[in-house]
Ligand binder design. Structure first.
Ligand SMILES: [Cu+2]
Length: 430
């Protein structure tokens, strides 16, 4: 690998300042949070694939911070996970992260601290932004591009509708980007325009289902990787940390809501208005028709059978929590950091067996690598690359990992409360 192209005191390509801020979601709805450069989402970082970049992160908070480049194939010492060896940034200090921008596609950055009982910290806060890496060859199949980040605010513990009485995280408000539905600038479009929406579920814990009334969405990429079978859907489902790129052909003039299917969540802010030129009036919402979100719809049917060097079982279980505050989680029987790292060899192909022996879905994430889905809840597939995959309750997902980025590699559930309470494991290279 080439040496970093920048001296410590050269000018960085971008600077992110982490500081507390007040975010006005709507008149009278102001949340206290922490964000990058005083904006939510943080600034769009956009570089050409293969460019060596230096990002300076200045910590203007009272606690140690760390920034993670989600989905980028970077070295462990700059990836932004202390478990892999990236140093924390002390309060008042700054750090520089130098790496090559790759792979192309919709990536993002976010803090990688723990929240534990502080539901205003880590990914509960406004510390996220898009990191878009322009491909060498842009297919150019759209006329305009819009980045949308979904987030919940003022999290609290709730018994929800759970009859077992278990506590789960709920949110008082929601937004797409920095404003609640109806209180921000609309997405302004023209008839026949093809608009590329790059969508990020930046929620700490929550799944979202979104639809654009009166339109279908052509899904072209999942987690920034182009899918082999782009397909039109009426609604998109996303676990925490997942991204979907979808093109909408604007063929139904009007003023429409692009928002959460769940009424309460949408009314509390998770939506944005899409307004055609020369149209005005109240935005219209109606429920999408019946849909079934299924990753394998975007793959190829034949489950190509490249030889796998070894299977790596990753078994997820809930640990009896008794009267404790929240549930704890284990991977292969161990609550992090108790387990030993899983050792892989450079250049080999491994089949990861994500085996969910719990009644909750888990959006599991592998750092510094992508993986190719091979089966989802028993359905074979091929050609879909991701860096987060939602493993449904009591189901198994299989994915192939090509070990080609030596260094310590964190695997974890992206549900903040799961990762904080044990749901992590390390992979290391021999
Ligand atoms: Cu989880």
């Amino acid at each position: 690998m080439a040496a970093p192209a920048f001296a410590e005191n050269g000018k960085p390509d971008a600077t992110l300042t982490v500081a507390p801020m007040e975010l006005e979601l709507a008149p009278g709805k102001v949340v206290k949070t922490t964000a990058y450069n005083g904006s939510v989402p943080g600034p769009l970082l956009r570089f050409a694939e293969g460019k060596t970049v230096t990002i300076e992160v200045q910590n203007q908070t009272k606690e140690p911070e760390i920034a993670h480049w989600h989905g980028l194939w970077v070295p462990s010492n700059v990836d932004g996970a202390t478990e892999e060896g990236t140093p924390m940034i002390p309060p008042g200090a700054s750090a520089r992260y130098t790496f090559t921008a790759r792979p192309a596609g919709t990536r993002w950055y976010h803090t990688h601290t723990m929240a534990l009982r502080n539901l205003n910290k880590a990914t509960y806060a406004g510390q996220f932004g898009f990191f878009y890496i322009d491909p060498q060859n842009e297919p150019g199949d759209y006329d305009a591009e819009v980045f949308l980040a979904l987030h919940g605010w003022d999290a609290y513990m709730s018994t929800g509708g759970d009859e077992e009485g278990g506590l789960e995280v709920a949110y008082k408000y929601f937004s797409i980007n920095n404003r609640a539905l109806g209180h921000g600038e609309p997405v302004r479009v023209k008839q026949n325009q093809r608009v590329m929406f790059r969508i990020l579920n930046a929620s700490a814990t929550q799944y979202h289902r979104i639809a654009l009334t009166g339109h279908s969405l052509l899904v072209t990429a999942l987690d920034g990787f182009r899918v082999p079978s782009p397909r039109k859907v009426d609604a998109i489902e996303m676990g925490p940390a997942e991204r979907v790129d979808a093109i909408v052909t604007m063929d139904n003039p009007g003023v429409w809501v692009f928002g959460e299917v769940d009424n309460r969540t949408r009314v509390e802010g998770l939506g944005i208005v899409v307004e055609y030129a020369d149209r005005s009036g109240a935005p219209h919402w109606s429920l999408p028709g019946p849909w079934r979100w299924d990753y394998t719809a975007f793959g190829t049917a034949q489950a190509g059978s490249a030889a796998v060097d070894r299977k790596i079982p990753l078994l997820f279980k809930q640990k009896f929590a008794g009267s404790r505050w929240v549930d704890h989680w284990t991977v292969n029987g161990k609550e992090f950091p108790k387990g030993k790292p899983i050792v892989v060899e450079n250049g080999k192909r491994y089949r990861l067996i994500f085996d969910n022996e719990s009644g909750e879905a888990h959006p599991v994430h592998l750092h510094r690598h992508g993986f190719e889905l091979k089966s989802v809840a028993g359905a074979p597939t091929s050609g879909i690359f991701k860096d987060v995959v939602v493993v449904p309750p009591w189901k198994t997902v299989e994915a192939d990992l090509i070990a080609n980025n030596p260094g310590r590699t964190l695997f974890h559930c992206h549900q903040q409360m799961h990762m904080d309470y044990g749901f992590m494991a390390l992979i290391d290279y021999a």
